[in-house]
Design a protein around this ligand. Structure first.
Ligand code: NAD
Length: 477
């Protein structure tokens, strides 16, 4: 697929070209080939999208909740019907294996369905006031909502924010990542909403920044890097508007003594290499107890070496490429600097001589704080292992970071599990499983990993503001 055509924004249900000729190339990370162009975006483009959303907001907010939810249900159904086609686009522009991309689209369908069910049930409270008065706290939409999202799980993340914002009566300007814009266009086409209720603004920071900083945007829902999130909170602070920001992580996994090293290595490999390490909850730091470290490392290296790396469209592929050259340079720099500072490279760590942005599953041991691979988000397939001599040391090191998204602890000791649950300063603690968790669970990230609930039923509280109504009786003539 090669095209020199520039994809347009979708504003008020119409294709609207950018006000500028500046474009961004969209690449297939598995080959490096160009697969499309999108506008870079301008403040005027952002203003036009916000204007459309603003014009639509009164009409949309007045619809009964069940009708708003009905529109989202239709989108969920159409997304399900077109899931494979959309997943192909995700693999094409993001690089992830097709089954993973399909899983992401299906997660998006599930989220839209859930919010369509939950939206009309999102209750306020009635209050006990005077006998002749009615007092209530009701949820009302904020209004124009900017949804700005990353490329790493583009459909699932977007569907969460879009579903929650729309079923509660907000109108939306959705700015997908410039790295995965083509699947976003197709996602927006799944919605059949009144004009201006959902608008697609393409581009990078040149579109995103004027959008989030626009005075007529009432709420920002953002998932992405710490740096961008901090800038968004600054502008939101100045304008006193609400922003939910779900940011980066540097998740630790503690491997305690007396766990089966082979099992632990499997959990770490899954956590570190899934999505080529490009998950906010990827396992990036591993603190393994000295008593099992040697066998654990051997098993981890065996897992890393056995992973089949390739094009996401090849059904044999278990791990795809990194998203682009910039990401690969960052990952490789973290690995190289760690080795120069004394870490041992047990496998991987070489940029392969092939087209695309591939990087091998990599295992480092002997890492320590002070190395970028331990202190900063790497976002690549790198398992950085430090051997520790006690559970206390592991807990302390796991907490020794600016990030606070999630953490995993593998331990057979109930007291250690309990202490980890209480003492780790993260939003999510997983004991004895790297992924998983019951539906409906939602957490607030800690420290630099963000602010607010980015998913789950609580997101409905985030996208609405509360009003108290005191309704007394009038004195008639
Ligand atoms: P990013 O911050 O570079 O970009 C995210 C989005 O913001 C993109 O749409 C981008 O175009 C836009 N953007 C960039 N600069 C902007 C600006 N100045 N103003 C407004 N918008 C701007 O992040 P990314 O590289 O796309 O995503 C990877 C990051 O996302 C990682 O740090 C990862 O951990 C994080 N992430 C977090 C979660 C979570 O739930 N906490 C989930 C997925 C990804």
């Amino acid at each position: 697929m090669k095209t020199r055509e520039t994809t347009s924004h979708i504003i008020g249900n119409a294709r609207v070209p950018s006000t500028s000729e500046e474009v961004i190339e969209v690449l297939n990370p598995a080959t490096g080939d160009q697969i499309g162009f999108i506008p870079a975006g301008t403040p005027a483009d952002a203003s036009e999208a916000v204007r459309a959303a603003r014009e639509a907001k009164t009409g949309w907010s007045r619809l009964p909740a069940a009708e708003q939810a009905g529109f989202v249900k239709v989108a969920a159904r159409r997304l399900q019907e077109n899931a494979r086609e959309l997943a192909e686009l995700v693999t094409l522009e993001n690089g992830k294996p097709f089954d993973d991309a399909l899983g992401g689209v299906e997660a998006g369908v599930g989220t839209l369905e859930q919010y369509a069910e939950l939206g009309p049930l999102h209750r306020g409270k009635s209050l006990q006031g005077n006998y002749m008065a009615a007092d209530a706290m009701i949820h009302v939409p904020y209004g124009v909502t900017a949804v700005v999202v990353p490329w790493n799980d583009p459909i699932a993340i977007a569907c969460g924010y879009l579903g929650a914002a729309l079923v509660t009566g907000n109108t939306v300007v959705y700015k997908p990542s410039e790295k995965t814009p083509l699947s976003a266009v197709q996602l927006v086409e799944m919605f059949e909403l009144p004009d201006g209720v959902l608008n697609l603004l393409l581009g990078d920071a040149r579109a995103g920044w004027p959008l989030v900083a626009h005075e007529d945007v009432d709420l920002v829902l953002f998932t992405g890097s710490v740096e961008t999130g901090r800038g968004i909170l600054e502008v939101a602070g100045r304008q006193l508007k609400k922003a939910v920001v779900e940011l980066g992580g540097k998740d630790p996994m503690i491997v305690d003594e007396r766990v089966d090293p082979a099992w632990a290595a499997g959990e770490v490999a899954t956590g570190a290499f899934a999505n080529t390490g490009q998950l906010c909850t990827s396992i990036e730091r591993i603190y393994v107890h000295a008593s099992i470290a040697d066998q654990f490392l051997q098993e981890l290296v065996a897992h890393a070496k056995a992973l089949r790396v390739g094009d996401g469209f090849d059904s044999e592929t278990e791990m795809g490429p990194l998203v682009d050259e910039g990401q690969r340079e960052l990952v490789h720099r973290h690995v190289r600097e760690a080795v120069e500072a004394g870490a041992e490279l047990l496998c991987g760590g070489e940029v392969p001589d092939r087209p695309g942005f591939f990087y091998p599953p990599t295992v480092l041991s002997g890492v320590r704080s002070g190395m970028a691979v331990v202190d900063e988000e790497t976002f690549g397939p790198v398992a950085a292992v430090e051997v520790v001599s006690s559970f206390d040391e592991a807990l302390k090191k796991a907490n020794g970071t600016v990030y606070g998204l999630a953490a995993v602890v593998l331990t057979p000791e109930p007291e250690h599990a309990q202490r980890a649950s209480r003492e780790l300063s993260v939003g999510t603690v997983k004991i004895n499983a790297v992924f998983g968790g019951a539906p409906g669970g939602a957490a607030e990230p800690r420290k630099a990993s963000g602010l607010g609930f980015g998913y789950g039923p609580e997101l409905l509280d985030e996208v609405t503001t509360t009003k108290v109504i005191h309704h007394s009786h009038a004195s008639r003539l």
